[in-house]
Design a protein around this ligand. Structure first.
Ligand SMILES: Nc1c(/N=C/[C@H](O)[C@H](O)[C@H](O)COP(=O)(O)O)[nH]c(=O)[nH]c1=O
Ligand SMILES: Nc1c(N[C@@H]2O[C@H](COP(=O)(O)O)[C@@H](O)[C@H]2O)[nH]c(=O)[nH]c1=O
Ligand SMILES: [Zn+2]
Length: 361
């Protein structure tokens, strides 16, 4: 196989664990000796062995003089695990191919430097674009200490997320809604506003046939209006509620007694930025915001969202009172619009699914 094909294999390994290694990035590695694959592995969980260590251990004696493909620059520091660069040197690896650099200040080129100093040949940038897309959330987290935020919204062809009487079951198809569960299972946390909780009483778990991982459920509820029997604070998954300084103390106490974490901000209205910094401290690398309109609007205005996943159903709802995906105050002039880049358009059953990135200014 050519070097790109070995790196493609390593990238597929990395993509397969994306969403389960947070706050670490998903990394894949392949060891090749005399044109034969002698080891291949992915980093499975933060705190456990790194991908290249697992793959080289699998190669055993074949590691001596072998070539290693790894999707992220080998680390060079003691975090929860020993540095990979030293391990590769110790095992007598001959050449290392790297797809993307590691921006973590603890690594950031030091891993590659260490390998070269030890006489190991290093080639970087194999399948770089694909790796950098995979590492977009990790790069964002390292840069901002906040989770990479994706807003998911489902709307009719005329841009409504519910009827004017707030009926919304269902806009998109069963297949599209199952696709949303896939999306949830790949996120560390999922966030909704209290309006969605009161209107839809969502569970916010990822109910996949092969049992996806449930994200941590976050509710923005400034005045703690949530009802104790709300599905979103049941035992299926951890729940965190953010409230404002005026929220009733007794409500906070009873929620805490139910095992719900309540985080009180010293403001009348919630700061999205402070919510995100708090989630970043919890090691939450990716956050899925499922609205509703008010919450989406606040994330948009605070420029606190990086990606948009838009499901569009072949239905028309109509009516100027029917809500659209982004509530609250909009922009006044077109030159204030929030630019997107459409990255992927797919058909899921009868619905369209558009994945778009908010362009950095
Ligand atoms: N109304 C629609 C959606 N509505 C999404 C709601 O805001 C809410 O997140 C869901 O109802 C959550 O339900 P649960 O977590 O499965 O209990 N989302 C969709 O993708 N399509 C629709 O038609
Ligand atoms: N997962 C991963 C890397 N992750 C890098 O190492 C950091 C975590 O280190 P630690 O706390 O020891 O697990 C993480 O922030 C990122 O910079 N590096 C690698 O060489 N291979 C891997 O498989
Ligand atoms: Zn490492």
């Amino acid at each position: 196989m050519r070097k790109e094909e070995y790196m493609q294999l390593a990238l597929r390994l990395a993509e397969s664990v994306s969403g389960q290694t947070s706050p670490n990035p998903p990394v894949g590695s392949v060891v090749v000796k005399n044109g034969r694959i002698a080891g291949m592995a992915a980093h499975l969980k933060a705190g456990e062995k790194h991908a290249e260590r697992l793959a080289v251990e699998q190669a055993g004696v074949l590691a001596q003089g072998a070539e290693v493909y790894v999707t992220l620059e080998p680390c060079s520091h003691y975090g929860k695990t020993p540095p990979c660069a030293d391990f590769l040197i110790e095992k007598g690896i001959k050449k290392v191919y790297v797809a993307a650099r590691d921006p973590n200040p603890l690594v950031a080129g030091k891993g590659i430097e260490k390998l070269k100093q030890a006489g190991i040949e290093v080639e970087t940038g194999i399948c770089r674009e694909q790796a950098e897309t995979l590492y977009r959330p990790f790069y964002h987290f390292i840069e901002t200490k906040m989770p990479f935020v994706t807003i998911k919204t489902a709307m009719s062809a005329d841009g409504k997320i519910a009827t004017e009487t707030h009926d919304s079951k269902w806009i998109t198809s069963e297949q599209a809604r199952m696709d949303v569960h896939q999306l949830r299972s790949r996120h560390d946390a999922i966030l909704v506003g209290i309006q969605t909780v009161l209107h839809d009483n969502p569970l916010l778990t990822s109910r996949l046939p092969q049992s996806g991982k449930n994200p941590i459920r976050i509710v923005l509820d400034t005045h703690l209006r949530i009802l104790p029997e709300a599905a979103v604070i049941n035992k299926d998954a951890p729940s965190v509620i953010f409230c404002g300084k005026e929220a009733p103390i007794d409500k906070e106490m009873s929620l805490k007694q139910m095992g719900v974490e309540v985080i009180r901000q010293p403001h009348d209205t919630l700061s999205i930025r402070e919510v995100l910094l708090e989630l970043g401290k919890k090691g939450i690398l990716t956050l899925l915001v499922e609205g509703g309109a008010e919450v989406n609007g606040s994330f948009l205005r605070e420029k606190a969202v990086q990606q948009l996943v838009l499901y569009i159903a072949p239905k028309v709802i109509g009516g100027n009172m029917a809500p659209s995906p982004f509530g609250g105050r909009g922009i006044e002039k077109m030159d204030e619009t929030f630019p997107l880049v459409f990255e992927k358009v797919e058909q899921i059953g009868p619905d369209l699914k558009i994945t778009a990135a908010f362009r950095k200014e």
